[in-house]
Design a protein around this ligand. Structure first.
Ligand code: SAH
Length: 270
């Protein structure tokens, strides 16, 4: 069918078969597994996934594409097509008891970050996720302390998941070609939280505050929430900047911070 790509839905369709093959080879679907694809579009990833005989749920926002998918894959009983907005979708209802979902998607770039947090915050039934994202976002997700791209997104994502860059994907692999480089990231949610935090809201708030003025020392940026003596007692040098603190250090600052007693300002999306 001919489909005019819609910019407002972030439509960049994969067309390079070797890239599609590589994504599937790395993600390695196994017959009988339960998969979820976000934004199947014209079925570039859906088709090879179905060949592996997994059970597959797909969530697509564009109704024209939903119709097209229904026709294209009419003879696939293993496929369930949901005509819905992935940002509003209740994913926890998909997995059966004792079952974990494997998630994949060439995500619309404008919703990629809120969507990942929607998935992570609302379900504990995800085995792993393979996403195509803007390379710049993948770099930020996977960055280690001390690197230029390390920030709020790195800390929050690494609280939830083990993160891994798999490979880069150039613009010409898509139709239409996006303006930026893309990359595939693998996110594997931790079975147990890697660090102890007070609660998510105050943790997110503290991380946001620390990075809101990257050049400031934490002595200054966090001065209303953790005093300098407390930082020293935790073995954290108050003259450090947020960009050199690791996840454990953010967590221990959060455990001793009083930001949830002073009233939290509304959270900005990550
Ligand atoms: N997977 C396909 C299409 C990728 S383009 C491929 O690789 O070729 C991104 C897809 O996400 C489009 O099909 C777009 O319509 C869909 N989409 C955009 N916003 C969405 C949302 N909020 N929920 C579900 N799907 C969405």
């Amino acid at each position: 069918m001919t489909h005019q790509a819609r910019k407002r839905f972030g439509q960049n369709f994969l067309q390079d078969q070797s890239i599609i093959y590589n994504i599937l080879a790395q993600a390695h679907p196994v017959k009988g597994e339960h998969w979820l694809e976000i934004g199947p579009g014209l079925g570039a990833l859906t088709k090879p996934l179905l060949k592996t005989q997994v059970r597959l749920d797909v969530v697509e926002l564009d109704r024209d594409l939903v119709k097209h998918l229904q026709q294209q894959f009419a003879d696939h009983p293993n496929l369930t097509i949901h005509s819905a907005d992935a940002l509003e979708f209740d994913f926890s209802a998909l997995a059966h008891a004792n079952e974990k979902l494997r998630v994949i998607g060439n995500l619309p770039y404008n919703i990629s970050t809120p969507l990942m947090f929607h998935l992570l915050e609302n379900t504990n039934c995800i085995q792993d996720m393979h996403f195509m994202l803007q390379k710049e976002v993948v770099d930020r997700i996977c960055a280690a302390p001390g690197s230029k791209t390390y920030g709020r997104l790195s800390v929050m994502m690494q609280y939830y998941c083990a993160t891994e860059i798999l490979f880069d994907v150039p613009p010409e692999s898509f139709d239409p070609a996006p303006k930026v480089m893309s990359a595939i990231v693998k996110l594997t949610p931790h079975l147990q939280a890697p660090v102890t935090i007070k609660n998510l809201v105050s943790f997110k708030q503290l991380v946001t505050q620390a990075f809101s003025q990257r050049r400031k020392t934490i002595r200054n940026s966090l001065k209303n929430w953790v005093d300098e003596q407390q930082m020293l007692a935790l073995g954290i040098d108050p003259s450090l900047r947020a960009e050199s603190l690791n996840l454990e250090q953010f967590a221990s600052l959060n455990m001793h911070a009083n930001n949830d007693e002073v009233g939290l300002p509304p959270l900005k999306p990550i």
